[in-house]
Every structure is written in C-alpha cells, then in structure tokens.
Design a protein around this ligand. Sequence first.
Ligand code: MLT
Length: 264
Amino acid sequence: MPHAAVNGTNLYYHESGTGLPVVLVHGFPLDHRIWRKQVHDLAPVCRVITPDLRGFGKSAGGGGFTIASLAEDLYLLLSQIHALPCVMGGLSMGGYVALAYERQYAATLRGLMLIDTRAGADSLEGRAGRNAMIEVARTQGSAAIAEKMLPKMVAGGNVDGTSEVVRELKEIMEACPVHTIEHALAAMRDRLDYQPTLSRIAAPTLIVAGEMDVLIPAGQSEEMHKGIRGSTISMIAGAGHIAPMEKAHEVSKAIRQFLVTLGS
Ligand code: MLT
C-alpha cells in the first residue's frame, strides 16, 4: 500500500473503493488499523482513505507537530492523490485534526464527521495531565501509556485481554513510538479552542458518540451538536471511546446514512 512524500516526511495511507473520498483519521496513540471494519463496510459505496498521521503506524516521523500542521499534512496528501473535495472524519485526536482541517481548508470539504471527540481546548488541569503523561512516556515507554489508557478506551473499562478489540488496541498502542507519543501529547495540550467558531461550520456534519465514553463524555458531543447548525448526532449504545472498533457496524451504518444525505 502507498506512501506519499509530504511536508518533509513520508505518509502512509490505505485506500479502497471508488467515488467520493471519505477520509478517516485515527486517534491517539493509534493508527489506520482502528478503521479496519469501516474500510470493509464503506468501500462498496465510496473511496475510503485511512492515513497514518506523521510518526504513527507506518508513516515516518519528522520532528514535532501541531494539530494544525497535521491538518496541513492531510491537505497536501489529499491534494497529491487527487482526493479533494472529501468528507473528513476523525476519532478523538483525529477529530481535533478534522476541526483544524475545517478551519483551514473548508472549501475542500463535502462533509465533516466528528467521532468520539470534542471542540474545546484542554483545561489547566488537562494540560498538567498531558505533561505528566509526557513524563510517563519518556521514563516508562509506550507500554506504560497503553496500560494507563486502555481501561478508559473501552466501555466498562474491561481490559482482561480476552476481547479482540482490547488485544488489537494494545498491540497498536504499544507499537507507537515514544517520540510520537510525546509530540502528540504536546500538540493536544496546545490545541486551539474550536467552540467559539462551531456556528460558522458550513459543511454538513455528522457527530458520533459512544454513549459510555469516559474519556470524552457524550455530553461534549451534544454540545458540538448544539453548536454546529444542521448537524446530525448518532449515539452508539454500549460503546466507549473507541466506538468504531467496539460497535463497528453501528458506526459504519451511521456513516453510510450520512453519506446518503450528501447525495453520494
Ligand atoms: C484520543 O483518543 O485521541 C485521545 O485520548 C484524545 C485526548 O486525549 O484528548
């Protein structure tokens, strides 16, 4: 599968299907593999593109980054592979990138999908938490980050290791390079507050929330829904933070229904 030279690095992306480009951006500290089931479910109706952000998965690194620079990477990648205009979707940190993309490249959007994510910036306490996590990554490595985060990713916090979702997540998180974890935590800590400008979003928007998400409680999705005129919200029963893996077909169904409203 292909790589593209973008902004001084080499980005990996997977693509499948034809027609309207639908881009799905992974969260932290994850990679394109979290969308495996959506790729299967969506490829018959669109061109589904799942990139690895710089430093994640099979993409090369290349120093520090911001949420806005990750959006710029995506814009350059999608221009290069003739995948604009597109529907841009992101999970959690990927949603922050999707919101930054909307702010910079709104004219290239057919739609926006905000999945298990939020528009607000980190609180002071949240920023201190990011710094503490950076220290954990530096001193104890990726496995320690995975161990801290895993119970918050899945509904009910059950990480006894018997579920396929937990096994896959653990493998992905433990493989994330420490430098990438540090850069991403700093980028999330310093990201902008998109709440005040939600009302200006003109792209048709789908919001998806795991109703049992403890990392980003569903109430924050309700707030975005109120803020983005004409947006649609889909609450996924029984899902935690990683709804696209935990309740894959329900999430795919919500996306397919949204794509129908775009006339694709
Ligand atoms: C993610 O799932 O991408 C991150 O946990 C989001 C965050 O920490 O703000």
